[in-house]
Write a protein that binds this ligand. Structure first.
Ligand SMILES: Nc1ncnc2c1ncn2[C@@H]1O[C@H](COP(=O)(O)OP(=O)(O)O)[C@@H](O)[C@H]1O
Ligand SMILES: [Mg+2]
Length: 264
């Protein structure tokens, strides 16, 4: 394996990924090339980079929704060959079932997995509480705000108990205020559940606030430009205090400049 040192503590290994979209009519579009990195167990890695640099493609490769032409992705030491229950994906388009209630949506994966009713109810109740939607269990998606729907999508993925959560611009469609609330929620929930998370965002603020590390990608074809440590333990991050924290602001500027240098 090129450059990738896998240990028991390693959840995800991306090893020399090359990925192009191919079609009969057009020249191939190389989305990613030579992409290698690792994500440790329980880590939250944020991925930033210019629009079109291959962030969503990267999520698809880890999710097993697409296959690289070169290289491979390992999750828990096993090569990814397709989608699997060990990886939960949260997209910006939430994919909630409009005809199912909050409880019905959250429990959907458990139903498919034939988890017995009593156990399912228990798990669903735990995640309803975790996302703060008590009292809304029997509501339908159209009766919920954007932020609430986003929480339901998150809870649905968590309820299926994947080892790895893949999130592609999950908060892009909500207003700024709601977005901050959701970020705080995700920070808390990520610590409560200990999930390994890869989160793609176009917001440097979000990446720095949430990530243990921030991976900056080059413009297309996307490569790993650099991976920046956020040297503040997640449990110590206070959204309002960080706004006035000099080292944190310097870090944000550093990441912003790194991304900016990749814009045409
Ligand atoms: N289905 C597709 N067919 C052809 N090209 C695609 C397809 N999906 C994405 N691309 C191209 O691949 C590149 C990377 O896309 P994407 O991974 O969506 O980037 P990002 O999420 O960083 O904005 C872009 O240039 C995009 O236009
Ligand atoms: Mg994208």
């Amino acid at each position: 394996m090129r450059g990738a040192v896998s240990t028991a503590d390693t959840k995800i290994v991306a090893d020399g990924l090359h990925f192009a979209y191919r079609s009969q009519e057009r020249e191939p579009v190389v989305a990613l090339t030579d992409v290698s990195f690792e994500v440790r167990a329980g880590e939250l890695l944020c991925v930033v980079g210019p629009s079109g640099c291959g962030k969503s493609s990267l999520i698809s490769l880890i999710a097993g929704l697409a296959r690289p032409q070169q290289g491979r992705v390992l999750v828990n030491g096993r090569t990814v060959r397709g989608p699997g229950a060990d990886r939960g994906v949260v997209f910006q388009e939430l994919g909630l079932m409009p005809w199912r209630t909050v409880n019905g949506n959250i429990g959907q994966g458990l139903e498919i997995a034939r988890v017995p009713r009593a156990r399912r109810d228990e798990v669903v109740a735990r995640f309803v509480a975790m996302i703060g939607l008590g009292g809304f269990e029997e509501r339908y998606p159209h009766e919920l705000s954007g932020g609430m729907k986003q929480r339901v999508a998150l809870a649905r993925t968590l309820a299926a108990d994947p080892t790895v959560m893949l999130m592609d611009e999950p908060f892009a469609a909500v207003d700024a205020q709601t977005r901050v609330t959701l970020q705080k929620d995700l920070l808390r929930i990520s610590m409560q559940t200990g999930k390994t998370i890869v989160l793609v965002t176009h917001s440097v603020e979000e990446a720095a606030f949430l990530g243990d590390r921030v991976m900056v990608m080059t413009r297309r074809p996307g490569r790993v430009k650099e991976i920046i440590d956020v040297p503040i333990p997640r449990e110590e991050r206070d959204y309002d205090a960080l706004a006035h924290d000099e080292p944190f602001n310097a870090l944000r500027v550093e990441i912003t400049n790194s991304v900016r240098a990749e814009l045409w």
